[in-house]
Design a protein around this ligand. Structure first.
Ligand SMILES: NC(=O)C1=CN([C@@H]2O[C@H](COP(=O)(O)OP(=O)(O)OC[C@H]3O[C@@H](n4cnc5c(N)ncnc54)[C@H](O)[C@@H]3O)[C@@H](O)[C@H]2O)C=CC1
Ligand SMILES: O=C(O)[C@@H]1CCC=N1
Length: 280
């Protein structure tokens, strides 16, 4: 891993979160990383300054010097990128895609014969090395590359090898997941403020409560159900709160959120038969 040159195609939120996690891990040096975008020089300068990495536009990149490309643009931009990459890379250069919905088979069909591709789904907690990242190998990738990709993803948190047919639901749970908890916290903050608590204080209290609950799930043997029951005294405050939560569709709302995010991931997917017009 420490002799690989890694180029990010895309310099947005997700690229930055991964770069930040990589650097913090201490397992990758800044001079191994290069970030690119189409032509937003201001953003490139910002990342260069913040992380000490190389930052160039995609047309300035020397593609032949790169071992691993991390695709980090929006799914809608994938076709342009594949067309662009086809003539610039070889099949043994590894592509790691973070794009929601875009299948390895679609990318394989539209790149070199037997292109090494791995699809991953991290989340923005990569920024602090706390992502939960799925890793799904493409058809032509060898085990050594899969292990390398997993090791890379472990620099930004936990990593799990997953069959690609589970990627949509994984995206609904873990890729989008932090947003549900942030949204929950926005509401907690609001109700706390309405009751007269200081906003900064209620934010801290809410976050500590969420963090403590997550840590309990990870460190104690009890299931979430048992942990919930341990807090819930008959006729007590928690029972009153949970009753209201359920009356207002709390549990169902989370189920629907995950299902809808997964459905959106599926809808973003492109089928291999949709080969690009410029395919050689
Ligand atoms: N934001 C998130 O929480 C997560 C995002 N993802 C995936 O990560 C990808 C990026 O998402 P964000 O960073 O949020 O988007 P963003 O909009 O912040 O960043 C996209 C970047 O791609 C660049 N770009 C566009 N076309 C390009 C090209 N042809 N060559 C090089 N760079 C190009 C843009 O200039 C921009 O820097 C998406 O595909 C998304 O599905 C995956 C997991 C979590
Ligand atoms: O909202 C999105 O489409 C991306 C994918 C997972 C998280 N953010």
């Amino acid at each position: 891993m420490n002799n690989k040159r890694i180029a990010f195609l895309g310099a947005g939120n997700m690229a930055e979160a991964i770069i930040s996690g990589f650097i913090q891990s201490g397992k990758l040096a800044a001079d191994q990383l290069i970030v690119t975008n189409r032509n937003n020089h201001e953003r490139l300068d910002e990342l260069k300054k913040k992380y000490g990495i190389e930052a160039v536009t995609k047309d300035q990149l020397d593609y032949t010097t790169i071992d691993i490309f991390i695709l980090a643009m929006k799914p809608k931009d994938i076709d342009c990128v594949l067309e662009d990459l086809r003539d610039k890379i070889t099949a043994d250069q590894l592509l790691i895609s973070v794009l929601a919905g875009i299948s390895t088979s679609y990318m394989e069909e539209n790149l070199n014969d037997r292109q090494q591709i791995i699809r991953v789904m991290p989340n923005t907690s990569s920024m602090i090395q706390e992502s939960a990242t799925a890793v799904s190998p493409g058809k032509y990738v060898d085990m050594e590359q899969v292990m390398l990709a997993k090791e890379l993803m472990k620099c930004i948190g936990e990593a799990y090898i997953l069959d690609e047919d589970k990627m949509d639901i994984y995206t609904g749970i873990a890729g989008s997941g932090p947003a549900y908890f942030y949204n929950l916290m926005e509401h907690v903050e609001e109700v706390g403020c309405q009751a007269g608590l200081d906003r900064e204080l209620v934010r801290e209290i809410g976050a500590q409560t969420l963090y403590g609950a997550a840590k309990m799930i990870m460190e104690q043997e009890e299931t979430p159900k048992e942990l919930r029951e341990n807090i819930t005294s008959p006729n007590g405050t928690t029972a009153a709160g949970l009753d209201a939560l359920n009356e207002h569709g709390g549990g169902m709302a989370i189920i629907e959120a995950v299902k809808c995010a997964a459905a959106r991931s599926k809808a973003l997917s492109k089928k291999p038969e949709k080969k690009l017009a410029l395919q050689r």
